[in-house]
Design a binder for this molecule. Structure first.
Ligand code: AMP
Ligand code: MN
Ligand code: MN
Ligand code: MN
Length: 275
């Protein structure tokens, strides 16, 4: 079964409209798809309508930005109810935080001799409610500050660079609670991306599970094949469900295309086992 439970549209920082994400997934042979835009569910209705006109099952999703201890962790919610008030209010508060952060990012860039980046980033943001560093990155590339999004991040948008802003996202317990209250399943996105020791990773996943979290992404565009195996072992050991998702954002901005990753390793319980 070709299942892709993590990707982005223009409702957050993806390059394709929700309907075009679904069309591309269908063309690539995806059988179950979830659209998981950052901190926003406004693309789901369009994606679902497109999926209904195709032979593809659609699952409502979201990727919530969380601060755990000092690091940013992403938690994917699957089979959520986007109308749930706890979830809606929670996501709304994160988006407000994004707006304030965007102003600070622009101030930092301005002080470093890069003016006008807030207006520039907003031109790249289809959803004015959702300003991401990815939109700043696209503007900075357009302004000739670097040749591609990846190098722009390294020079302008990560720690110890002019556009870096320390930001506090949602608490892990809140994100898991919003997902669960909306009837959804919580999954830690791309665990291999977090700069944690082995002990800290177990602490994160232990805490997540105790809070009601259910799974982790094992096969994701952010993992190497060695990490597929490493996180498969951890999922088995900690009794967590396993997910698979490309994290597709669009051409030139993703490691993996929709539905193109290998299947889950053997001996795991897929997060979709009882769907
Ligand atoms: P934000 O949630 O606004 O901090 O933006 C994070 C988003 O920026 C991620 O979801 C990716 O889409 C993108 N991103 C983060 N780091 C990089 C990087 N080094 N190169 C390219 N894109 C990145
Ligand atoms: Mn993104
Ligand atoms: Mn993520
Ligand atoms: Mn993502």
């Amino acid at each position: 079964m070709n299942v892709d439970l993590h990707c982005h549209s223009t409702a957050s920082d993806g390059l394709l409209a929700p309907r075009d994400v679904v069309a591309r997934a269908a063309a690539n042979g995806v059988e179950i798809l979830s659209l998981t835009d950052h901190d926003d569910t406004s693309g789901l209705a369009e994606a679902r309508a497109e999926a209904e006109s195709r032979s593809l099952r659609f699952v409502d999703g979201v990727e919530i930005s969380v601060t755990w201890r000092t690091i940013t962790v992403h938690v994917v919610g699957l089979r959520i109810d986007p109308e749930s008030s706890a979830l809606r209010d929670g996501l709304q508060s994160i988006r407000q935080g994004r707006a304030t952060r965007a102003e600070k990012i622009a101030e930092g860039l301005s002080a470093a001799g890069v003016p006008g980046s807030l207006a520039g980033a907003k031109r790249f943001a289809d959803n004015p409610q959702l300003i991401s560093r990815a939109h700043f990155a696209r503007y900075l590339v357009e302004a000739g500050r670097a040749s591609d999004v990846k190098s722009v991040f390294q020079r302008y948008l990560v720690k110890d660079t002019p556009g870096h802003v320390a930001h506090r996202w949602a608490a892990l317990g809140d994100a898991v609670a919003w997902i669960r209250e909306s009837g959804g399943t919580a999954v830690v996105a791309h665990p291999g991306r977090y700069k944690l020791t082995k002990t800290e990773m177990r602490e994160l996943l232990g805490e997540f599970k105790a809070l009601g979290g259910a799974g982790i992404e094992v096969v994701t565009g952010s993992h190497t094949p060695d990490q597929y195996l490493e996180y498969a072992r951890l999922a088995r050991e900690l009794g967590l469900l396993a997910s698979r998702g490309s994290d597709y954002h669009g051409k030139g901005e993703s490691h993996a295309d929709l539905g193109a990753l290998p299947p889950l390793p053997e001996g795991l319980k897929p997060v979709w086992h009882d769907w």
